[in-house]
Design a protein around this ligand. Sequence first.
Ligand code: NDP
Ligand code: MG
Length: 378
Amino acid sequence: MKNISVLGSTGSIGTQTLEVVENNGDIRVTALAAGSNIALLERQIRRFRPRLACVWDEKKAAELKTAVADLDVRIVSGMDGLIQAAAEPTAELTVTAVVGMIGIRPTIAAMEAGKDIALANKETLVTAGHLIMPLARKKGVRILPVDSEHSAIFQCMRDGNRIHRILLTASGGPFRGRSREQMREIQPEDALKHPNWSMGRKITIDSSTMVNKGLEVMEARWLFDVGADRIQVVVQPKSIIHSMVEFEDGAVMAQLGTPDMKLPIQYALYYPERRYLPGKRLDFWSLGQIVLEKPDFENFPALSLAYEAGRTGGSLPTVFNAANEYAVGRFLDRKISYLAITDMIAAAMSRHRVIENPSLEQILETEQETYEYLRTAE
Ligand code: NDP
Ligand code: MG
C-alpha cells in the first residue's frame, strides 16, 4: 500500500485526487493540507484518517483541532505546518495541488525528505524549475506531472528517444476568436466559464488569458529539458488531444482522451502502471473531426510575454507569474479590468532587472517586489 500526502486537498485537483484514491482503495493518505475550508477538510479527515492535517489559517486550524478532538490526527498551521504535511515521514509521494508560488517551499521540503512529487502546482516549476529539477536528480525522486498536457507528453515518451519538438495543445479558452477590443468589458463571471474543464478559479482565469498556456510552456521546458523555442502551442478547442511530441525522425505521438483530470492524476499516482478508470470514453464517431488552429498572439499577448520570460529565464518567469497572481486576485475582486491582467504582467516584466540563476530567497524577494510595484502603480 502506497502512502501519500495531498497538499491543497480541498481544491479541484485535491478533491479529484481523493476520488481516485477512494475508487482504487489501495492508497493511504497520511497528510492533508488546505487553506481555510475546514468544513470539507474535516470530512476528508474523517474519511481518510491522515496522521497530520494542515490549515494555513491559524484560527481555522484551532477550530478544526477542536472539531476533530475525538480523532488521532495532529493539526498544524502556516508555512511550517504546510512543510510538515509535505514531508510527512510515512508518505512516499506528495501531491502538490496548492495554487500559486506558496507551493515552492513545501515542494522542496518534500523532495529533501525523499518523496516523489505528483506535481499539479505548476507555479513552482515556472519560478523555481532551475532549483527543483537538479534537486530531483540529486535526491533521486521523481517529478510526475499532473497537468494534463504534461502528463500527455510524459505518456508519449520512450526512454532514449530525444524530443525534437513539443506540441502543447490549448483549448484557447472561452474568448478564443475575440479581439482585445471585444474583451474590454469581461467580468469575472464571464471568465470563470471554461468550455471544457472545471477547475479552480485562478487557473480558470489563467486559461482565458492564455497565461495558463504560457505557464505550461515554461513548465514543459523544465520537465522535459526542451528550450522554449521547441515548444509550439497548438489550439485544439475541444481538448481531446492533450498534447503531442515530435521525435527526431519526425514521428509525432499524441495522447488523446475525454477531458478528465482523474486520468493524469491516477497516472501520476500509479506510474508506471495503468489502471481502469471509470468515466466517459472517447467516441470518435460522435467526435467526427478534430480542429486545429494557430494561437492568437496578437489578442492574447500574455502568451508572447510567457515565451519572452521562458527564453530569458532567471528571475523573469517569477515576475511573469507573480504579476499574474497579483492581477488575477485584483480582477476577481473587481478592482481592475480584464485586460489590465496582461498589461500588469507586461509592466512588471519591462521594469525588472533580471537575476540569473536566482536563489530561493531571491525568487521570493522578486515575488514580493513585483507585488509591491504593482500595488503602488495601481
Ligand atoms: P483550487 O483553487 O481549486 O484549490 C487550491 C487548493 O489549495 C485548495 O485546497 C486550497 O484550500 C489550497 N490552498 C490555497 N492556499 C493555501 C495555503 N496558503 N496553504 C495551504 N493550502 C492552500 O486550485 P486547483 O485545484 O484548480 O489548482 C491547484 C494547482 O493545480 C494550481 O497550481 C493549478 O495551476 C494546477 N492545475 C490545476 C488543474 C485543474 O484542473 N484544476 C489542471 C492543471 C493544473 P482552500 O480550499 O481551503 O482554500
Ligand atoms: Mg493544463
